[in-house]
Design a protein around this ligand. Structure first.
Ligand code: GDP
Ligand code: MG
Length: 351
C-alpha cells in the first residue's frame, strides 16, 4: 500500500492563436479570420471513496492536463484541453512543495468528491482577428498559448476511520473485526502481522461506521520497529481506539502498558478516547484467571469489557459503548474545531 507520493503536475498549455485571412470568391480583401487557441486543461485532485491508497498512481512521476488546440481559420476557436482529474483516497492531504523544500498545505480532502485545483491550464493565444486595428487591417500576428502551471505536489493519505482496533499480534483483532463488520481479514493462530490495515464497515442505526484493524503494534512501533508505525498514521484521525488484550496472555497488564506507551509516544494520539477489551474469555484457562485479571485492571484504574470475539460473548455491549463514544467524540470535535481551515502561508515578495 502506498500512502505518500510526490508527483509533478502540469496544467495543459493554451493553444496558439491562428493567423488566417478570409479567402472567398467575390469577397475582395476578406480580412483576418484567425481564431483564438483553446485554454489548457486544469489539473485537479479529487477524493474518491473507492480508493484505499495511492497505488493507482503507479510509478508515474508527471501528470499533465490536456493542451488546448490551436485556433483555426473562419474565427474558429481551438478546443479547450480536458481537465485532468487525479483520484486519491478520502483522507488525503495535498501539499505543494516550494523551492525551499517546504511543504505548504493546499487541501485536506476529507469528504468524498472534494477537489482541489493544483495546476491551472495556460490561456489560449489570440488569433490575428484580435490584432486588427484601423491602421493595420491585415495583421500577420497571433499570440502563443500560455504554458500551464507546473507544481510539485506531495500527497499523504491518512485514512479517516471511526474506530481502530489496536493490540499486540494474536490478540484477536482480525477476529473482532470480522465479527462486527463484513470485512474478511486473515485470521491466524500464530503472532502474524498483516501487512495492510484492514478496514470494515459496521452497519449502524444512524450511519455506517468505519472500523480499522491496525496490525502488529509491538513495542517500539513509534520508532519504526515492526510494521506498526506505517499504520499508526491511520490511527491519527480515528475517533476511538479499541485496545484489545489477549486474555490468555500471562502478562496482560504489561501488554496494556506496552500499548499505552506506544500510542502515547506517537503524536496526536494521547488524547484519543479509548476503550479496553479483554478477549478470549471463552477459553477455560482465561475463565479461571478472570477474577485476577479483573482485579489487576481495576487496580490500574482501567474499566474493561470482557469479550469473546470468537463466539460473540460481550461483543454487543462493547460495540454499543464504542458507538456511543464515537458519537461523543464527533460532537466534541465539531465544537473544538469547526471544519478545519488550512492556513496557507504566502510569503511576501522581497522588496
Ligand atoms: N478462543 C478464542 N480464540 C480467539 C478469539 N479471538 C481470536 N482468537 C484466536 O486467536 C488467534 C489470533 O486471532 P487474530 O484475529 O488473527 O489475531 P490478530 O493478530 O490480533 O489479528 C486465532 O487463532 C483466533 O482464532 C476468542 O475470542 N476466543
Ligand atoms: Mg490480524
Amino acid at each position: 500500500m502506498v500512502y505518500k507520493r510526490e508527483i509533478i503536475v502540469w496544467g495543459g498549455s493554451g493553444g496558439d492563436g491562428c493567423v488566417s485571412f478570409r479567402k472567398e470568391k467575390y469577397v475582395p480583401f476578406g480580412g483576418p479570420d484567425g481564431g483564438d487557441g483553446g485554454d489548457g486543461g486544469n489539473a485537479v485532485i479529487t477524493a474518491d471513496p473507492n480508493l484505499m491508497d495511492l497505488s493507482l498512481l503507479g510509478r508515474r512521476k508527471e501528470f499533465a492536463a490536456e493542451n488546448g488546440r490551436r485556433g483555426g481559420s473562419s474565427r474558429q476557436r481551438g478546443r479547450k484541453g480536458d481537465d485532468l482529474a487525479i483520484s486519491v483516497p478520502v483522507g488525503t492531504m495535498v501539499f505543494t512543495k516550494a523551492d525551499s523544500g517546504e511543504e505548504i498545505p493546499l487541501a485536506d480532502l476529507k469528504a468524498p468528491g472534494q477537489k482541489v485545483l493544483v495546476a491551472k491550464g495556460g490561456r489560449g493565444g489570440l488569433g490575428n482577428t484580435r490584432f486588427a486595428t484601423a491602421v493595420n487591417q491585415a495583421p500577420e500576428i497571433a499570440s502563443k498559448g500560455g504554458t500551464g502551471e507546473k507544481r510539485y505536489i506531495v500527497l499523504e493519505t491518512k485514512l479517516i476511520t471511526d474506530m481502530c482496533i489496536v493490540g499486540l499480534p494474536n490478540s484477536g483483532k482480525s477476529t473482532l473485526l470480522s465479527a462486527i463488520s463484513r470485512a474478511k481479514p486473515e485470521i491466524a493462530d500464530y503472532p502474524f502481522t498483516t501487512s495492510e490495515p484492514m478496514l470494515g464497515v459496521m452497519l449502524g442505526d444512524k450511519r455506517d461506521l468505519i472500523v480499522a484493524e491496525i496490525p502488529g503494534l509491538v513495542a517500539g512501533a513509534h520508532s519504526g520497529k515492526g510494521l506498526g508505525n506505517d499504520f499508526l498514521r491511520h490511527v491519527e484521525r480515528t475517533k476511538l481506539l479499541i485496545y484489545l488484550l489477549d486474555g490468555s496472555s500471562p502478562t496482560i497488564v504489561d501488554d496494556l502498558g506496552t500499548l499505552d506507551r506506544e500510542i502515547a509516544l506517537y503524536k496526536y494520539l494521547s488524547h484519543k478516547a479509548r476503550i479496553v477489551a479483554v478477549n478470549k474469555v471463552d477459553l477455560p484457562e482465561v475463565q479461571a484467571r478472570l477474577p485476577e485479571v479483573k482485579q489487576c485492571l481495576v487496580r490500574a484504574g482501567v474499566p474493561a469489557f470482557y469479550i469473546s470475539a470468537m463466539n460473540g460473548q460481550g461483543v454487543l455491549e462493547l460495540i454499543g459503548k464504542a458507538v456511543e463514544m464515537v458519537e461523543q467524540a464527533s460532537r466534541d470535535e465539531e465544537m473544538i474545531s469547526p471544519p478545519a481551515q488550512i492556513a496557507v502561508f504566502r510569503p511576501k515578495p522581497r522588496k
